[in-house]
Design a binder for this molecule. Sequence first.
Ligand code: ZN
Length: 662
Amino acid sequence: MQRHLFRKSSFATFVAIFCIVLSSTTFAQKSEGPQPVPLPASVPTPVDQPYAGTISLSVDLTNVNDRILNVRESIPVKPGSMTLLYPQWLPGTHSPSNPVGELAGLNIRANSKTIPWLRDRVNMWAFHIDVPQDVSTLEVTFQYLAPVKSQQGRISTKIADLTWNSALLYPAGFFARRIQFSPELKLPNGWKFATALDVKSQNGSVVQFKDVSLNTLVDSPLYAGVNFRRLDLSTGQGNHVYLDVFADKPEQLEITPEELRYHKDLAIQAEKLFNSHHYDHYDFLFSLSDSVGGKGLEHHQSSEDGTRGNYFTDWPAGISGRALLPHEYVHSWNGKFRRPADLWTPNFNVPMQNDLLWVYEGLTDYYGNVLTARSGMRTPEQARDAIAEIAASFEASPGRNWRSLVDTTNQPIISSHGAVPESWASWQRSYDYYPESDLIWLDADTKIRELSKGQKSLDDFARLFYGINNGSFVTVTYSFEDLVKALNSVQPYDWAGFLRARVYQVAPNVPEEGITRGGYRLVYNDTEPDWVKHMDKSRPTSFATSLGFSVKGGGGGEDGDEDGGGPPGGITDVQWEGPAFKAGVTPDMRLLAVNDLAFSIAHLREAIVAAEKSKEPIKLLLKREKEFITITLDYHSGLRYPHLEREQSTPDRLDTILAPVK
Ligand SMILES: [Zn+2]
């Protein structure tokens, strides 16, 4: 999965759950008060055994007007009790996030009779049934009700992202790879589609796919739509890569030769990096849309990608989000093919453990950004600005004083448990295992280059660790010890100590050694980086490194929009212990005026620059509920945009890392 590179978002409240284990002696003498009711019989544990028969799955995608998928399954069964599961833990989301609340109309029939179902009282994704003696097949029907509000869901009247995990139930008690499905899809008339699945036959708008295991089916989503273009990014006969673009409008499919070159170079540079691939053919499923929401979700032989409609038509506007495709592509090697052992689960209803996400996501983020530069999608300066921005955002976020990086790998689970958005994200910390790991892996990469006197690099580790079993997409799991062993075989060093100090211990200092060893230092000035110049105006603008807050600009409506920005002037985040925090600004305020003139982003910037010279305080008029509040900020350090500045005394290792591999 990809999180927005610049500025942390989607924060959730940290909830500490303490388990109190009562010893048997405590129970020996019962205390006063209620005693617990025993939990009901649990869901069967998955076993590595074949499920008898093939499940026929038919998904009707024609009702895109109402965003309703109609699902029909024929499930071969034996008489007796059984449990059907709706997938809960989805690989790539690292959380129990599949929205079972959007399943409706569940009806189970056999031999023309309805069979009652009972949802498990503890596990909301499990449905218990008793199969009668004379029944050998269940006919299951239900709907998946996709979100209807624009930008919230992934289905519109022009584009649909079909995730099979939304549209199936499967029997409990078996490994997902041992359950066979025969999938069929009915498309709206005239729609085209793309998927990593192989087609068996097509009759008009009904497509029958070859039988697949549940494992592969859930890992092989499908994009469909009205406006479609398939671009060939293959590097040669043995490495087939495609960019399957779906757009709201046909003109959004137009790509310049230069843009196509960048995408082809992405495939070439990834091949040089990993010296292998783990797919038959790889399909970037890519939606360019302002009606369906953005997405980045990895799969073995494809990825679900989505961004704004102007991806090709306004190329400079996309600098900040440019690492989307490189990030998801790297996941085919790191995350899908090689996976932390405790993140691999036998089916989609067994909890995952996230403690190695700083490798799964963190190293992917690092190489996603590196490949974005090596492919030319970002200039070297833009790539350095991206690193500067990450380091600067941590310098302005003191949450590292109390919370280790490894603890942030729990964030997907914490956030998916209905927690309210974080009020003080820079203190609470969020999905920091993405950007902070960028800095740690840069540290490791430059360390290998320094110790080996330029003979070795992290690329050697990438080839060693991910380049095994070329062509295979059977997942190979690993542990922390395996990782350390591989690093040591590339360049002997105390890698266990290096990683434990930065990841597993509370480490208040921002890990910037990779920047300095790379031949640069972090500086702040008033020069706008390219990504700020071309920023999406509807997103909150960050003043985190200056005044210490983020604020919504003019984009979006008076009531705000779905990116969490709120109305214009809405304060979206306040840096803990920053200038605004100390003056009493809180994230529920709205900025109305700056120095007695109506608020705009441009005017606020001008006021910050003016205060740098005049040494006059900046006067903010804010509103909270019905109260108007005037706050003056005695701040004179300018806009403080982060950049990397060359330090001539150290070899420019960073530029070597970011340059295309010949
Ligand atoms: Zn990811």
